[in-house]
Design a protein around this ligand. Sequence first.
Ligand code: ZN
Length: 214
Amino acid sequence: MNTRPSKIVCVGRSYADHAKELGNAVPDRPVLFIKPPSTLIGLDDGISWNKALGSCHYECELCLRIDAPLSHETDPQKALQAIGAVTLGLDLTLRDLQTELKNKGQPWERAKAFDRSCMLADWVDPSEIEDWQQAKYSFEVNGEIRQQGDTAFLLFSIAELLCDMSQAFSLEAGDVVMTGTPAGVGALHSGDELTLTLKGKSQDFIWITFVKAD
Ligand code: ZN
């Protein structure tokens, strides 16, 4: 299934160590926001943003494609069964602008839902993840490890996240969920080479993308 999603539902502050590094309180329920489908880019497109708006941070996240509709779901098993594919993605964030918006109490969309702000790698069969409570991935910039993700450290499990968001937003077939970022976020620079690695059952899935040169 490669139809355009109706939306990309994202989780903020889903790992305690990342909430702390940005000086945010650990939430008592998931922090959710949405990116529209116009944000999507692929590995080959390259990352770019309007430099006049300040820094652009990477946030490497485990991403899920929902292939069966989920609405007001309360059964964790049914929520997990709706996952049709898995990959890694980058929730690209204009951090200076986001900080300004947060300080003013304004919505984050200008910093989180701008064109080209959602890079997704290739979809992988979900059977590659043996245990949704122990999915592991990593992210490198120019060959240096910057982020290491392990869903064991999520404040809310994948199943809990899916059930919770489906109370607020009906997930339609093809919709994408970004499950939030671990600690280690940082600014991107022109020409950076970015490596995303997802630990699968049969192999490690390794994808490379890049920041466009000025
Ligand atoms: Zn994020």
